[in-house]
Write a protein that binds this ligand. Sequence first.
Ligand SMILES: [Zn+2]
Length: 255
Amino acid sequence: MKLIDTHAHMDDEKYEGKLDSMIKNYVEEGMVLIINPSYDKASCERTIVLTEKYPMIYGAIGMHPHDAKDADEEFFSYIIEKTRNEKIVAVGEIGLDYYYDYSPRDVQKAVFKRQMEIAQDANLPVIIHCRDSHHDTYELLKTFKGKVKGVMHSYSGSWEMAKLYLDLGYYISFSGPITFKNSRKLPEVAANVPLDRIMIETDSPYLTPVPFRGKTNEPAYVQYVAQRVAQLKGISSEELVIKVIENTKALFTKI
Ligand SMILES: [Zn+2]
């Protein structure tokens, strides 16, 4: 069966020394591609190295809201230059996180907006991180309607909210939590999102799906996310993954 992971942090230290054998297995097991998003300058640099080394890994560059306080003009110039790299297919992950509030909210908003402008200028899609910040995230994305598209990564909101993002042209991506028994809103969202706007991911090394919850996550486990989403859509996992591959290529047009 083919597989795809639209969001995995393979540059995480947890995979150090293991990546060669992991990627070799993935090639044999049918993994088509992995998108590796960044969260700060060092992870952008590591991501670019991975994209050069492994054909199946594509990258996104950007400053996560947690680290927004570290974004300066030098960083913005750096990512503007790297948007021209042929295997950098998006700006991300960017957005707002009001759950942890690791950076002041006004700084998060300013850095988010600036990176949306960079994505627009580079004609690249965005990968959005949004936690407990749906109102402000939506308001900002709305100002770029028709100019920037993207994916709501590891979506955690309601179906009502998802409809608004779909109207802006965004894709909705599901990860491990869709497999959790206590997941209440997500099954409804997955059942309702049109097939041509769905993505799946692991967000490795975080958010490990059932039945491996508690262990380090890895892209191979995306099959459990695929199974659950496919079940909610009433189709086979194979059909779902084929659709997600199409969707991924439709949004990330440099792939
Ligand atoms: Zn992530």
